[in-house]
Design a protein around this ligand. Sequence first.
Ligand code: NAD
Ligand code: 13P
Length: 358
Amino acid sequence: MGKERVAIIGSGNWGSAIAKLAGNNVKKHSDAFDDSRVPMWVFEEDLDIRVDLPPFALVQYEGRKLTEIINTDHENKKYLPDVRLSENIVAVPDLLEAVKGATALVFVMPHQFLNKCLDQLEGKVEKNAKAISLIKGVGVEGSDIHVFADVIQDRLGISTSALSGANIANEVAIDRFSETTVGYRTEEEGQMWQKLFQTPHFKVQLIDDVAGVSLCGALKNIVAVAAGFIDGLEYGNNSKAAIMRIGLLEMKHFCQEFFDDVKEESFLQESAGVADVITSCLGGRNRKCAEAFVKQKKPFDELERDMLNGQKLQGIHTAKDVHIFLKARDRLGAYPLFDKVYHISWEGLPVEKLTEGL
Ligand code: NAD
Ligand code: 13P
């Protein structure tokens, strides 16, 4: 079997962190991967970069393209500053050029932009390629729901696994000990993805559960928004622990009600389940912005713009998608926490109502 040629599709906060690991690992496992070049698709933008000019420390701003910055300075100064990427990570602004010849595709963009990418990629990827989705969210159309690994697999006709876990990108990027879960399509593919991502500080567990791993990653973001509301209300740790427990149960019921063959271990024994609920409710962006939503009384789109410097929130959108789906299935009453998060985020329900009736 020839060497895998990796391409990374996405270059935000998590995309850049995972590029750092993959760029180093293809060199470490050069028997399995082409280590010379790992293209990373970058949604191009211009940045104003501050340059201090000695001796008088004159401050100037220089307009540069993000791809040019990544390829010259080997750092994504906007989405993952102060973390060095290895030199084989090559930022490419053209999506089709980035995936040309690639046999291992890593999808890692905010879910809002996936469909537009797939429109471009359909019929254009290598026939023997495999993919993995690191995207947290679900695709909903009325009473239909799909995890993104299935969406990618169906639209591109390539076997697609899923990776998700307790993985705050900034911590993974600086080698703080973390774990993650790969839900694989075949064990062989699982082992290939493990080789691409695992380091002594980033442990990759394998499980035969693409749907469970994907759904945990999506649904925990709704729970993290609820945890942020609790912080905004200053209700304390007991309340937050209760939200995590109730949230995890709703996640599990949801998966078991609407998906066949989701494994119990994904929730309770894997990083993708309980561990991601905990880290996201303590430290994630969804939690942070939900707390600010309560304290600053500003809408989420404004908070995202002010607080995240171009990074994207997922939880409120997943809450809306799940609401549309549950309404179409007439099952809203069975998921009171998910429903409250939707109504507070999108319909003006007072946040104090969050815990009522839970
Ligand atoms: P991010 O939140 O940093 O989003 C910014 C990215 O979106 C940038 O690459 C930007 O170029 C891109 N973008 C902006 N507008 C765009 C457009 N119109 N079209 C295409 N791209 C556009 O992204 P991220 O943190 O890499 O998250 C990607 C996925 O990984 C999400 O599903 C997220 O839930 C998941 N994830 C994130 C983290 C984390 O800690 N950041 C951890 C685990 C999983
Ligand atoms: P946030 O998007 O809330 O930062 O969560 C990141 C994450 O998925 C951690 O595993």
